[in-house]
Design a protein around this ligand. Structure first.
Ligand code: UD1
Length: 422
């Protein structure tokens, strides 16, 4: 297992380009199951979750090849199997995104239940209730979901809570359903809007993505598309927080202010200078940081995927900050590791209180999930001395070449590769 060795403290300065969003690329890859025509995706991030999804699609009969700019995929004829096995699904929950496309295109799907994950239970009951509402017969047996429908039929379905993956799964399924589907209480994340753009280019009749109500007029077939994946707002936000925590000056290109508004507002409240232009965002911090209070929420609220990174930042603010995690029930696993670096954080249920500023010092710490790992890297950039972050395969799931990007901003970060035998 690779590790990062980080020498702190440093000031990040310079500019980096955000990769395409992993969370937009994953449903876009799954959407290629909806057509026999070729789909070309550009700006696909080179991260491990994308490789996992490509393996799953390969298993389902999709031919994919890497191009200079991204990935070209084609599911000629029909998917060759309806089966998404546990070995692939357990690696990544987003594998469940093939469920809707498989039922819509093939009439049946057998997808392993994803099981628990580091940040909480994360059920897919809403995905299944939605498919049932569209007329699929859904059963659970031997750890697998089976869903069958000769042809899905449009209906009105209301999500009990806004779910990103659930909204994406049902959007894709409804594109090939008979008649009109109305989805209510949808998630409104920018990645959903990006998926809607791709589906529309493929010929889907869909409107309202980005609002809580999406209406889809089913069509018989979908065609080819060439689609650039939207920039990764979570990756961009991580580097902008990096500017703040190191009192540095970082510009992130290929990042949109509108997608990151809740973070940019908080950074401004903390005393950072925030500048935006058509293609990029710049954050500068020159003086001590002011603490702020944050509660995570579905978009357009503060993203849960930036909560851990913001907590690292609050350890450097002068005074007391509070963070409430409302989306996932077990997303404070970075806290014990931040304690080991000298942070003063108290957790009470879903609330964390952070007293700062703490003089962080380098330590050996363990990454537990993707965003928790990013918070440890950020803390290490502000800490005195050497931090070794173990298990960075979590980071590699979602951050493209993080060490290279940080090096280009002046950080002293190196990847220590584990020998195959270790
Ligand atoms: C996606 C993102 C993830 C992000 C999360 C919330 C991808 C690949 N992953 O995950 O990075 O942290 O959105 O912004 O896009 N829930 C149910 N029933 C369901 C589905 C979800 O109760 O059927 C609950 C979940 O347990 C969670 C909440 O709804 O508490 C939000 O989850 P959801 O939006 O579905 O997250 P994902 O799509 O899995």
């Amino acid at each position: 297992m690779d590790r990062f060795r980080i020498e702190g403290p440093c000031r990040l300065r310079g500019s980096v380009t955000a990769a395409g969003a992993k969370n937009a690329a994953l449903p876009a890859l799954a959407a290629c199951l909806l057509t026999e025509a070729p789909v070309e995706l550009t700006r696909v991030p080179r991260v491990r979750d994308i490789e996992t999804m490509r393996q799953l699609l390969h298993h389902l009969g999709v031919v994919s090849e890497s191009t200079d700019e991204g990935v070209r995929l084609q599911c000629t004829g029909l998917p060759t199997t309806d089966d998404a096995p546990y070995q692939l699904v357990k690696k990544m929950r987003a594998s469940a995104l093939v469920l809707g496309p498989l039922v819509a295109r093939l009439g049946h799907a057998r997808v392993s239940l994803p099981g628990g994950c580091a940040i909480g239970v994360r059920p897919i009951d809403q995905h299944l209730a939605g498919l049932e509402a569209l007329g699929a017969e859904v059963a659970l047996e031997h750890g697998y979901v089976t869903a069958t429908a000769r042809r899905l039929v449009g209906t009105t379905f209301r999500f009990s809570n806004p779910t990103v993956g659930g909204t994406e799964n049902l959007m894709m399924a409804a594109c090939l359903a008979h008649g009109t589907t109305v989805l209510e209480n949808c998630a409104r994340e920018p990645e959903i809007v990006d998926l809607a753009r791709l589906l529309t280019e493929m010929g889907a009749q869909l409107r309202g993505a980005g609002s809580e109500r999406i209406e889809i007029q089913g069509v018989d077939t979908l065609g080819s598309a060439r689609h650039p994946i939207v920039g990764d707002r979570i990756e961009a936000g991580t580097y902008l927080i990096g500017a703040a925590i190191t009192l540095g000056d970082v510009t992130v290109r290929h990042a949109k202010a509108a997608d990151l508004a809740p973070l940019l507002e908080k950074l401004a409240d903390c005393g950072c200078h925030v500048e935006t232009d058509a293609d990029g965002l710049r954050v500068r911090a020159e003086q001590s940081l002011v603490p702020c209070d944050v509660a995570t929420a579905p978009h357009p609220g503060f993203p849960t995927d930036l909560q851990a990174q913001l907590m690292a930042l609050m350890t450097q603010a002068v005074g007391t900050a509070s963070i409430e995690e409302t989306v996932f029930e077990n997303r404070f696993q970075h806290v014990p590791e931040l304690h080991r670096m000298g942070a003063d954080i108290r957790v009470n249920g879903s609330h964390a209180t952070i007293h700062g500023p703490s003089r962080l010092s380098g330590a050996n710490v363990m990454a537990t999930d993707l965003r928790a790992s990013a918070s440890l890297v950020l803390a290490a950039l502000a800490a005195e001395g050497t931090t070794v972050v173990d298990r960075i395969y979590h980071l590699d799931r979602g951050y493209e070449s993080m060490e290279l990007k940080l090096q280009s901003l002046g950080a002293r970060v190196e990847r220590i590769r584990s020998s195959p035998a270790a």
